[in-house]
Every structure is written in C-alpha cells, then in structure tokens.
Design a protein around this ligand. Structure first.
Ligand SMILES: O=P(O)(O)OC[C@@]1(O)O[C@H](CO)[C@@H](O)[C@@H]1O
Ligand SMILES: [Mn+2]
Length: 459
C-alpha cells in the first residue's frame, strides 16, 4: 500500500512540476481570495481614506491650504480606486514617478497580453497576488501624486498603535534576551540549540501580529509570547527546525576554515511585535557567533498595512531607546550600534513590493538574486512571502516545497509563516484532510504555522 501511495505521490509531483497549477484568484467565488477582494480589501481602503481625512487639520497646520488641497485629491484617488475594486474595473497603469512604475506597468502589460483582445486584467478575474499587491501600490500612488503630503504613511498610526499594544510582550522578549546575554558565553552547544529553537519559534508566532489579515483591526501580541510556546508546538504543521539548526551549527563549527563571514538574511514582514522578535533572533545569532552579519530586507513603501519600512525600523529603535525599561533601551542601543557598525545591514529592494512570484526574481531582479546568493541562510517571514515563494498557486498540499519553489534557490532558505491564505505545500498524505476535519479554517486562521526549509545544495 505504501509503495503504491509513494508511486502515486511521485506521479502527482511530476505532473504538477510539469503543469504548474493556476494562481489563486477571486474568480473562484467563495474562495479566501474572493472574500479578501470582496470584503477585506475595501475595508482596508476605507480605513486608509478615513486616516487621510482625519489628518486634514495636521496637513493644514503643516502645509497650509496646499496641504488641504493635497488631502482632498489623495482621498479622491483612493475613493476612485475603491470604486474600481468594487465594480471589477480593468487594471490601469501607474502614473507616478516612483522608480518601480515602469516595472509595474510592464507586468500589467504582460497580464494584458496573456488575455484575449476582449479581455483585461481585473480584480475578480486576475490572480489574487497581483491584485492585492496592485491595491497597495495604487494607494502609494494616490499619496505620491499629491505633494506636499507625498511622504505620508497611511498605515503609520495603525503600526504605532500595534507596537504600543504589544508593549508587555516586547518587554518580555527583550528582558529574556538581556538575561540570555549574561549566560551565553558559558553555554554548551545543546543550550545554544535550545535557545535558538525558542527564539525562532517566538519569531515564528510573532507573525500572527499582522494588520492585513485583521483588516486593520488591532492584532497586537497581548499574552506572554514565551509562556505559550510549548502549547503551540502541536500547531506547527511542518517543522524543519533541526535542519535549520544543523546548517547553522555546521557553519559555526567550520568557521575556522570559512574565509567569508557567515551571513544570515531575514526578509522581514510586519513591524511592531514581529519586528522586535526578528531583531531579538538576529541579535542572538550575532552574539553567539552563529552568524557574523545579518541582512534585513524591508519594504520601500507602506505595504499590506503592517509591513516594515525603513521608517518603521528607525521609529522602533528610537522608541526602544527612549524607554524607561533598561532591557528595552539596551536593546535599542545595541541594535542601533549594530546598524552603525555594519554587522547589521538594512536593504529595501523595490522587488519586494512588486507583484512577482519569487521564481521570477533571477530574471526580473538579478541584482537582488545575486545579493541573496551571498547568504548562508535566508529566513522568509510571514504569509505573503510564502505565497510569493510558492507562486500563490493552487498546489496539492503534498507537493514538495522544492517543487513549489519552481527553481527559486538563491541560498538555503526557511519560511517562518503562520497560515493566513489557502495555500500550503509539503504536508504528509492525509494531513490536510485531517486538519480540515478538525478545523475547517486551518489554512487562513493564523492558528497554525510552519518552519519549512529548503537547501539547494544539501550536504
Ligand atoms: O504576510 P503576512 O503579514 O503574514 O500576512 C499577509 C496577509 O494578512 O495578507 C494577505 C491577505 O490579505 C495574506 O497573504 C495574509 O493573510
Ligand atoms: Mn505583512
């Protein structure tokens, strides 16, 4: 029986490798994509319009009547976008001067070319990934086109609110790190491993604090992030943490023969609590010498409500440094020093806010692909990154992660993701069916997670 199942699985793998499945789309009525485009995206857009409207007085105080005129025009553009979304209008090219506009418009033309002359890309017909990314890019356009408010972040208030609502949890993880610092140098390898596993799980579950899935509603970390780890272990559906550890510890042991510094990259997701958990993990990797340098990758514009921009990183460090809690101010100071010393490097390549699947990167952003190729290990945080890693396609749940990556292999990589979209690969036979029986919302509730690893050149 097992041999037959394996053979069937192998055929399915081969078949799906050849015939890459369709992208998820709102054209499938009742799908999570459909419910997102129909309900959640208009809600997020409406909140963005309200935010700009509420800042009318601020704009007047800062810029006079010009600011008020700009506010009015920006709201007009966002309201037009909401109407296009709700009435399934055709996608239209971008008209601002942001450096990615040409690449966005080339992508839109490609989508157009793939359809017949009578067809056009639109919200309830095109791929979910394309249309959801397009919405956030059009929000950015509606601000960019209206100086002097063109550097306004419509999601900033929500991100700041989420940070302050997670204060207790942030204090717990930063205090834990400070206490670790005092013990690290006497750690045995097994203790190092235990602490790495713990901090990787804290960063994994930090991904639940995402303001897109909540439609902008508060989604901060309220309970103790360390106390719940044990009970959450059974909710990790794929756990490749041993493989991640082995890669790190082997690099660490072979360091003497290594000519180049050990580099770990973290492709960031949400600001607030999740960002702090990523910085804690990064600091642990550096202070244990499991890594010599950490490269962070953030977004070049406000994105999916809570995704991290450079401004969010700087704001977070400044607020930690200003805290009355010693463990927070010490973390803020140490982390800012790491950026100044260059052992931490922050990048925000435009590719991360394009609609492309990551398997397009080597062709559409070869500079970023070769940058990532320098890494010993890349952590991809969150759900949107997972959707792009796997092309947001309707893969069978038992297809291997490597197949779904469709050749995206810049370096060994690990996805740390809580499930918030109906796509998941690399599961065991029957695992998805069991989950659907026990919790029909398992794919989209954020209650389940994965630590999923892929190594292009396994040793
Ligand atoms: O990438 P993140 O922050 O973990 O999640 C992003 C998200 O909230 O937005 C999309 C739905 O609107 C999904 O990819 C996911 O639910
Ligand atoms: Mn996000």
């Amino acid at each position: 029986m097992a041999a037959a199942a394996a053979a069937a699985g192998g055929e399915e793998e081969e078949e799906e490798r050849r015939r890459v499945p369709e992208p998820l789309s709102a054209k499938y009525i009742g799908s999570f994509a459909y419910l997102t485009v129909k309900d959640r995206l208009p809600t997020i857009l409406t909140k963005a319009v309200d935010t700009v409207h509420r800042h009318k007085k601020t704009f007047f105080e800062k810029y006079g009547q010009e600011g008020v005129e700009a506010e009015k025009r920006a709201i007009g553009l966002m309201s037009k976008l909401r109407n296009e979304l709700q009435t399934d209008k055709a996608v239209i090219p971008l008209t601002d001067e942001f450096p990615d506009a040409a690449q966005w418009n080339t992508y839109i033309e490609r989508q157009q070319a793939a359809l017949g002359p009578e067809e056009f890309p639109s919200w309830f017909k095109s791929s979910w990934l394309f249309m959801e990314c397009y919405m956030y890019r059009r929000i950015h356009e509606s601000i960019l086109l209206n100086p002097p408010i063109c550097d306004f972040d419509v999601f900033s208030e929500a991100k700041i609110q989420s940070f302050f609502s997670s204060q207790d949890a942030i204090l717990i993880v930063c205090t834990y790190l400070q206490e670790l610092q005092r013990k690290i140098e006497n750690f045995e390898e097994s203790q190092l491993k235990d602490e790495f596993m713990l901090l990787m799980q804290v960063a994994l579950w930090g991904n639940r604090c995402d303001l897109s899935i909540s439609g902008g509603q508060d989604n901060s970390q309220k309970n103790n992030p360390l106390a719940s780890l044990e009970s959450l272990k059974s909710f990790i559906l794929v756990d490749d943490s041993e493989r991640v550890w082995n890669l790190l510890v082997n690099n660490w042991k072979n360091k003497t023969s290594q000519t180049t510094p050990i580099r770990v990259d973290i492709v960031l997701d949400n600001s607030g609590f999740e960002l702090v958990t990523d910085l804690v993990l990064a600091y642990f990797l550096l202070s244990t010498q499991l890594a010599d340098e950490i490269h962070f990758h953030g977004k070049s514009m406000p994105w999916f409500v809570s995704d991290t921009t450079r401004r969010d990183l700087d704001w977070t460090l400044k607020n930690l440094q200003a805290s009355n809690h010693a463990s927070l101010s010490m973390c803020g100071n140490m982390w800012e020093q790491n950026l100044h010393k260059g052992v931490w490097v922050y990048h925000d390549h435009l590719f991360w806010t394009l609609p492309h699947e990551f398997s397009d990167m080597s062709q559409d952003a070869p500079d970023l692909y070769s940058e990532l190729h320098k890494s010993n290990l890349i952590f991809f945080k969150g759900d949107l990154n997972y959707r792009k890693l796997t092309g947001d396609r309707k893969w069978s749940h038992t297809i291997s992660f490597d197949t779904a990556l469709q050749g995206f292999h810049p370096a060994p990589l690990c996805s740390l993701r809580t499930l918030k979209a109906d796509i998941q690969v690399g599961l065991k036979p029957e695992q998805a069916e069991q989950l659907t029986l026990s919790d029909p919302q398992w794919l989209v509730s954020g209650n389940y997670a994965i630590i999923q690893f892929s190594d292009p050149n396994p040793k």
